[in-house]
Design a protein. Structure first.
Length: 369
């Protein structure tokens, strides 16, 4: 009996000691995490298309632009065979331009963004003398310059530091009338741009590329440079898309900002009503304008000014701008669309002189969050 009790005691003691021994440090039981693979590869990160503090993007907006008095002389046609002076000085009292713009997201994912931008503008001219004999002045008096533009923008991030930015657009510009539409759709003009860019931080991005553009009034191919940068103090920043625009901004707070800059506005306009004006056949010079066909106004101007933007209610912003408009080109070509390099001294069909007035613009926009 004693022998059995002693054996039972030894068994219980040995079990207790074994239960208290730390066996997790034995070599056979250590885990090697390199033997395990993740269930899915880590998600790839992509840069976005904005920098911190940049100007809000308009989704829907309306605007009104007023330009003050300016000198204007309509020139002689190059096919004026008898040498008579057919030019006419008839100063512009003012011009008024109305515009509406929409920016619609088509695809919005972290690895690609596609936006469609639609803009319509029309500009009305008021001359000091309404009894002009010059066909160009008559055409401007009776028909506003209208422009309808559609532009698709694709932002394709390659990773969290590099991206591609592409644009393709079509515009329909002229002195056409909706009530008596007389412009062929073969006057559509196409533009495009492609850039390769870098985004080293959330406050800086830049890109280089080339564009097919009508910025100077005529078809041209230009290098372009894109640079958006918000400085370290988060108040100041610059937004450049050279050579078309540049803006130095100061952000007061999250709902208001101001700045100074420039914007180049240019396009070619089909003058459908030019040959129908009474002055197109001038008494005593029946040959004048007779060779004109596919008349187009090459208009390009630089607006230099100051801008103020402020939220007036939620995402509705008021935009006010004032400055000085500098004329670059306001001349007429015939024979439709063709390449004319910037700085080219090739003569125009009619060369005009246009002054440089003061301007102001006011608009209301619904902006993106």
């Amino acid at each position: 009996m004693y022998r059995f009790t002693f054996l039972l005691f030894l068994f219980a003691f040995s079990f207790s000691v074994t239960a208290q021994t730390d066996t997790t440090t034995t070599e056979e039981e250590e885990f090697d995490f390199s033997d395990f693979e993740p269930a899915a590869p880590p998600s790839k990160s992509f840069c976005n298309n904005k920098v911190l503090g940049q100007t809000p993007t308009t989704l829907i907006g309306v605007s009104y632009n007023f330009q003050g008095p300016q000198d204007f002389t309509a020139g002689n046609p190059s096919d004026n065979i008898d040498g008579a002076d057919l030019s006419e000085t008839n100063n512009i009292q003012n011009t008024q331009e109305f515009g509406i713009a929409g920016n619609f997201p088509i695809v919005s994912r972290n690895n690609i963004l596609v936006n469609l931008n639609v803009v319509y503008t029309e500009q009305h001219y008021s001359f000091t003398d309404e009894s002009s004999a010059h066909p160009f002045i008559q055409s401007l008096q009776n028909n506003p310059l209208r422009s309808a533009n559609t532009l698709a923008t694709v932002f394709k991030p390659l990773n969290d530091k590099r991206f591609l930015l592409g644009q393709a657009g079509v515009s329909f510009n002229g002195d056409f009338s909706f009530g008596n539409f007389n412009q062929d759709f073969n006057t559509l003009r196409f533009s495009a741009a492609l850039m390769y860019g870098f985004k080293p931080s959330d406050s800086k991005m830049y890109a280089f590329g080339i564009a097919r553009t009508y910025l100077g009034g005529s078809l041209n191919y230009l290098p372009i440079f894109y640079y958006y940068h918000t400085f370290k103090n988060d108040k100041w920043g610059t937004e450049l898309l050279l050579p078309s625009r540049g803006f130095l901004r100061y952000r007061f707070n999250s709902t208001s900002l101001a700045g100074v800059g420039f914007n180049v506005v240019g396009n070619t306009f089909r003058m459908n009503n030019f040959s129908e004006m009474p002055g197109a056949m001038i008494p005593g010079n029946p040959e004048a304008y007779s060779q004109a066909s596919e008349i187009e106004l090459r208009r390009s101007e630089i607006r230099v000014g100051a801008k103020y933007m402020r939220s007036i209610s939620g995402f509705f912003w008021l935009i006010a701008e004032a400055g000085y408009r500098i004329n670059y080109s306001y001349d007429i070509d015939n024979n439709g669309d063709f390449l004319r390099l910037l700085g080219s001294d090739d003569p125009y069909y009619i060369e005009n002189d246009l002054g440089n007035p003061l301007y102001f613009t006011v608009g209301i926009s619904y902006v993106s969050p």
